[in-house]
Write a protein that binds this ligand. Structure first.
Ligand code: NAP
Length: 309
């Protein structure tokens, strides 16, 4: 029987693992199929993690986190948890391979995944010229022109990152104002080889057997179509939360969520189901910052220790 089952190995899960084990819990397991570190490991440049003076990649920032938590006894199971049910006071977790685990408490720290924009050709060319990770795939377009779709922090930051590798970056956005932080917008606007293509809808991404060869965008002002001949399209149009493990077979959830499936928590990261916590991007009103996810994980762990008495 576990004291705490942590689902997800990003900043929230790892910090909960560190605080709960250092705080005295003995049987704490973090379930993470891939390498611990979370979605931030796909970010090219982090310059807003407190105390971190140098700009670092997400991968470098997260490198020591698992080791630190495991030093205090956190265990890692490379399994994907597909369902969580509560039976009396005990949670039963089932993994994709059919194995089951019993735990006195559960922390959902599954985060989110990149959202699809929904235009023609997106699914067909995903992984063949369409990417959601500039750090992973930017190198393939060294010296070439690429397009970035989106107008938030991710799109602008990754456009700036790609501008250092690629000859030119078209920043394609459906409005003419951006959601990103003012300093990020300023940085992007100062970057000479970024061309803003705003107030347009992506009509389609097209290509051939070897992959993407371009995209067509339609002006919202006069309906004209412009073709951008690029071999790479990077899409950053937001993220969807990963809440599958807490979904019932009928599509409802084992605890309260909002209409987007984000888990409703209180200030201690407690959900409406006693013993079930949620932390990081999967919860409502998440600021979607590494430091906030880590803070959530610590907050949850402190209360879980109390809850288990
Ligand atoms: P986001 O802030 O939700 O921005 C998504 C962008 O994509 C918006 O500009 C949106 O346009 C556009 N969009 C959405 N659906 C679209 C579609 N179907 N077709 C075309 N465009 C579409 O997402 P994000 O940039 O991934 O950021 C997510 C969160 O993480 C934010 O809270 C952000 O502040 C945070 N974040 C922070 C940092 C940092 O602090 N360094 C870095 C990355 C992300 P509209 O503007 O018209 O809605």
């Amino acid at each position: 029987m576990l004291d705490l089952a942590i689902i997800g190995g990003g900043p929230a899960g790892l910090t909960a693992g560190l605080y709960s084990t250092r705080g005295g819990l003995k049987e704490v397991v973090m379930f993470e199929m891939g390498m611990p570190g979370g979605q931030i490991t796909g970010s090219s440049e982090i310059e807003n993690y407190p105390g971190q003076l140098e700009v670092v990649s997400g991968l470098d920032l997260m490198q020591s986190w698992p080791q630190q938590a495991m030093k205090f006894g956190l265990k890692h199971e490379m399994k994907k948890i597909s369902s969580v049910v509560k039976n009396g006071d005990i949670f039963i977790l089932t993994a994709d391979d059919g194995s089951t685990f019993e735990s006195k408490s559960v922390l959902l720290a599954t985060g989110s995944v990149p959202r699809r924009a929904g235009f023609k050709g997106e699914n067909e060319f995903f992984g063949r010229g369409i990417s959601t990770c500039a750090t992973c795939d930017g190198f393939f377009y060294k010296g070439k022109e690429v397009a970035v779709v989106g107008g938030g922090d991710s799109a602008l930051e990754e456009a700036v990152y790609l501008s250092k590798i690629c000859s030119k970056v078209y920043l394609v956005h459906r409005r003419d104002t951006y959601r990103a932080a003012p300093s990020t917008i300023e940085h992007m606007k100062k970057t000479e080889n970024i061309e803003e293509v705003t107030n347009v809808d992506v009509e389609e991404v097209f290509g051939d057997a070897s992959g993407v060869t371009g995209l067509k965008v339609k002006s919202k002002e006069d309906g004209t179509i412009r073709q951008l001949d690029v071999p790479g399209v990077f899409i950053f149009v937001g993220r969807d939360v990963l809440n599958e493990p807490i979904k019932n077979e009928d599509g409802t959830f084992i605890c309260d969520t909002d209409d987007q499936g984000q888990v409703i928590v209180d200030l201690k990261m407690r959900t409406s189901l006693s013993g079930l916590y949620a932390a990081g991007d999967v919860r409502i009103d998440a600021a979607k910052q590494v430091v906030c996810a880590a803070g959530d994980g610590a907050t949850a762990a402190v209360d879980i220790i109390d809850f288990l008495g």
